[in-house]
Design a protein around this ligand. Structure first.
Ligand code: AOF
Ligand code: ZN
Length: 359
């Protein structure tokens, strides 16, 4: 696709409109899986005449909303789309045909679609119809980051996993999260909004209110509760019978779960690889692994990720506390070898430091 690539124009109008596409796409954050987030802007004579985004799987794609918004003004216009337009009949008809029918002049694409049934066929179809297509190089990384979870699931068949833990200043894993982190606007509340599921230990499920996002319009994640060995009974006090379908329990031996109605999956061998495949098969693109109240079993399950790169991203929160060490029983991530994280960023939130990076 090298020949397709555009250099950013002098006034960087392409970048401006592509960033707007990403902004529109993000309005549906947490709602689109297994589909990607996609935004579309229609520009004619230097003016935005239509905008749209994909709200939810099963509903029309971004291009369709933007073309509807533009009406007749789409003719001879430029369409910006954060992802290559699809060229297949899925739950919805192909966007390429909608763009051709609307007689747009050219199309600027943020990135090609890794979905094998689309993969560059959308671009080819548009070109064959005489539409000029270019990939916006400058904003490609932004478009990839927007859909990092969707891309990962498409390419690996596994859910994109982020490990989250809280550490004291002396590097011990602690079970609380920072002050206000789970309130509206808090980093934890914001994080949950973006993820399709959250993996928690049975210890956490038994003792604490289940993690909830308090952000406007948030859809709550599916709770994936890991119950390993020992216990024959698990009661989840903060889950009502009506909301039993919001959780599944993964276990390696039969277990009675309360409330009734919670799905229990007994797997021969529970490892992170099989869990992430199972979640991807169920249409989850992303999952947050919350390390609070991890017992030794949960900790070793999570620690195994290093061998296979099963976790893609790590978010650590450092609380301004010093843990009085009880000695060997304290949970840490262990190990003697280190590998560097990539694209590391840090933020401050309410006196806590957040460090995030990619594996
Ligand atoms: C686009 N624009 O806004 C989205 C696209 O089942 P369907 O019909 O919704 O098709 C889902 C696939 O379409 C999805 O896996 C991805 O390849 C593409 N999503 N394409 O042109 C959009 N959401
Ligand atoms: Zn489409």
């Amino acid at each position: 696709a090298a020949g397709l690539r555009c250099q950013a124009q002098a006034d960087d109008k392409d970048g401006l409109y592509m960033r707007r596409c990403v902004e529109l796409a993000r309005k549906a954050a947490g709602h689109t899986s297994p589909n990607p987030m996609v935004g579309c802007v229609i520009v004619r004579d230097g003016r935005v005449v239509g905008e749209g985004f994909h709200p939810k799987a099963g509903q029309p794609h971004a291009e369709v909303f933007a073309l509807r918004d533009a009406g007749d003004l789409a003719e001879n216009a430029t369409a910006y789309v954060s992802l290559e337009p699809c060229n297949h009949y899925g739950r919805t008809p192909p966007c390429t045909e909608a763009l051709i029918k609307a007689k747009v002049k050219d199309v600027v694409v943020g990135m090609t679609d890794p979905n094998p049934i689309v993969a560059s066929k959308g671009i080819e179809r548009l070109q064959n119809a005489g539409i000029d297509v270019r990939v916006c190089v400058e904003e490609e990384a932004l478009c990839r980051k927007l859909n990092e979870a969707y891309i990962h699931r498409m390419l690996t068949g596994k859910a994109f996993a982020t490990l989250r833990a809280t550490l004291s200043m002396n590097g011990i894993v602690v079970n609380q999260i920072g002050n206000g982190a789970d309130q509206p606007g808090g980093y934890y509340s914001q994080l949950l909004k973006e993820y399709d599921g959250v993996i928690i230990s049975s210890n956490l499920a038994m003792m604490t209110a289940l993690p909830v996002s308090h952000e406007a319009g948030a859809k709550q994640p599916l709770y994936i509760i890991i119950a390993l060995g020992k216990n024959s009974h698990l009661s989840i006090p903060f889950l009502s019978e009506e909301s039993a379908s919001e959780a599944i329990v993964l276990t390696d031996s039969p277990i009675a779960v309360e409330p009734a109605g919670v799905e229990v999956l007994v797997l021969d061998r529970i490892n992170l690889d099989s869990i992430l495949q199972l979640l991807a098969q169920r249409g989850l693109c992303s999952v947050l692994v919350d390390f609070r109240d991890a017992g030794a079993d949960f900790a070793s399950l999570v620690n195994s990720f290093q061998e296979e790169k099963l976790i893609q991203k790590i978010v650590l929160e450092f609380l301004p506390v010093w843990t009085v060490s009880k000695g060997s029983g304290d949970l840490a991530f262990g190990g003697s070898q280190s590998f560097p994280l990539k694209h590391v960023e840090h933020k401050e939130f309410n006196g806590c430091v957040l460090l995030e990076g990619y594996v």
